[in-house]
Design a protein around this ligand. Structure first.
Ligand code: PMP
Length: 510
């Protein structure tokens, strides 16, 4: 067993075995449900990846409210996973429960427009700056349709994504960077028989030179990216990288699409509004203060208070003047934008927005096409009930005070985790962006997905996650991500940090 800067694989395995035993002993009913479920479900779960848990069997959930889950064995758990963002504003916020009670008997879906759709679009424009919108059932669909439109209106076959991206079940995006800069299919993809590599280019995030080279031939319809990569650990943009991305895409006639499904955790208008130069000016904050890689050196706090409670208050002030940001200042303004997960209160619902110019080109493309199936849209999209839930979320739930609470909790968690790491001199780092933070097993935040992936330690991650679950705290499976919702309290943050410290002590003693 090679010596390791933190914990040896033998220690991790011993600790994991003890925690797995503890989990089994505490969850007899979950175990029984999982055994019964084998008859009906793949891997004993209604969606196969629910079985990808570090626990010996999945936690079956009876109820969820605010920041709490109750499992089938009656344990109350503080939920920092929040359905991997679908419940980012807490489980069943009161206005959502009220909307369901009020409108649940007035129709869910009609395949016809409604006045409430106009209200939702106005609320979206006010926050995100883009005037035109379409709705889908999931963020995956929104990304898929957006790419189809982008190809249709530019007449260009290729798209570009960054290594380590995840945009939902969008086939075009399941590629990785191979040796020598080539694109290869993602090895884990099941059942895909078409070669995606001729039509998707992939480069490393934060690599402006590779980006420029990939856009230079002028055949890329669209760059689709999260403003911060959040699905390969967390990778922050280097100072100026997103501005370069905007400049280069404009120069080469390529559309820029931001997938803000996760970075909606950065503020009421997502990352682009929180950290675009225009937004920073409006808030009286220097854009240099936007959390970017390089600022979070190990011995400075890993977030420099850049999105603490004070910023939430500034947002509150800024958001009340209309328009929030002068148009000329929107230097990070994308051509297209995707929102999903929490925006319909945790029920299926997503949206994509675009500029009026892009909208005009879409209309022209559709008008010029043969009548019939466009390949864009599904029957359950833009339903009456979904739009009512979105209106409630935008008008009553996703507000500045909610963000201020989320940032305060996430800051407390990130500082607490960092302190525990520092106290043990572990070579790990914590990165926070708004309400979201991530522990990564390397001393500095990664610059790109290759660096982030090189720091993956599946055994260590599983041991920590399971230990936290045994101590009443759920993190997002697949990575060490903590997401704060408005219902979390300072005490919840402290419980998480104490559980983390206890787990580290357990590992050290194993
Ligand atoms: N975009 C991003 C950035 C995501 O992280 C995800 C899901 N993790 C999606 C899109 C897809 O969302 P959904 O699974 O709800 O379609």
């Amino acid at each position: 067993d090679a010596p390791c800067a933190d914990f040896s694989s033998v220690q991790i395995a011993r600790f994991f075995a003890a925690e797995a035993q503890r989990f089994r002993a505490a969850h007899p009913r979950c175990a029984a449900l999982h055994a019964q479920a084998q008859r009906h479900f793949l891997f004993g779960v209604p969606m196969h990846w629910m079985a990808d848990t570090p626990a010996p069997f999945p936690l079956f959930v009876d109820a969820a409210q605010g920041a709490r889950l109750v499992d089938a064995d009656g344990h109350e758990i503080i939920d920092f996973c929040l359905g991997d963002t679908g419940a980012m504003f807490g489980h069943s916020p009161a206005p959502i429960a009220r909307t369901l009670a009020e409108f649940g008997a007035q129709g869910a879906t009609t395949m016809l427009p409604s006045a409430v759709a106009l209200e939702v679009a106005a609320l979206l424009e006010e926050r995100f700056g883009l005037p035109m919108w379409q709705f889908t059932a999931t963020a995956s669909d929104a990304n898929r349709f957006l790419l189809r439109w982008a190809r249709a209106i530019t007449g260009r076959p290729r798209i570009l994504v960054f290594h380590g991206c995840y945009h939902g079940t969008v086939d075009d995006c399941f590629v990785d960077l191979a040796e020598g800069g080539a694109t290869r299919m993602r090895a884990s993809l099941l059942g895909q028989v078409h070669d995606l590599t001729p039509t998707t280019r992939v480069v490393e995030f934060n690599d402006s030179a590779a980006l420029e080279a990939a856009l230079a031939p002028g055949d890329v319809a669209c760059v689709l990216t999260e403003p911060v990569l959040t699905n390969v650990g967390m990778v922050l943009p280097e100072p100026g990288f997103l501005q370069t991305l905007r400049t280069l895409t404009r120069r080469h006639g390529t559309l820029l699409a931001f997938d803000e499904t996760h970075t909606l955790s950065c503020g009421p208008g997502g990352y682009a509004r929180a950290f675009g130069l225009g937004a920073c000016r409006t808030l009286g904050v220097d854009s240099e203060n936007a959390p970017q890689r390089g600022q979070f050196l190990p011995d400075s706090p890993p977030h420099s208070g850049t999105m603490g409670q004070e910023d939430g208050k500034k947002w509150a002030a800024a958001a009340h003047s209309q328009p929030m940001i002068p148009k000329s200042d929107r230097l990070l303004e994308p051509d297209m934008l995707v929102l999903g997960k929490p925006i319909a209160g945790g029920t299926p619902g997503a949206a994509y927005g675009f500029s009026a110019e892009v909208g005009a080109r879409m209309q022209a493309a559709k008008a010029a096409a043969a009548p019939g199936h466009s390949g864009i849209g599904t029957t359950l999209s833009a339903g009456l009930l979904t739009l009512r839930l979105m209106r409630t979320m935008l008008a009553e739930v996703m507000d500045e005070p909610a963000y201020a609470r989320m940032f305060a909790t996430a800051t407390r968690v990130a500082e607490g985790l960092q302190a525990q790491i520092a106290a043990r001199a572990l070579p790990w780092s914590v990165t926070r962006i708004g309400a979201r933070c991530e522990v990564q097993f390397r001393p500095t935040p990664p610059c790109n997905a290759s660096e982030a992936r090189a720091a993956f330690r599946d055994d260590l991650e599983a041991a920590l996650q399971l230990a936290l679950l045994n101590r009443g705290v759920l993190l997002t499976p697949f990575h060490n991500m903590v997401l704060a919702c408005p219902a979390h309290t300072a005490q919840d943050a402290d419980t998480l940090v104490a559980a983390f410290a206890d787990a580290l002590d357990g590992l050290a003693g194993a």
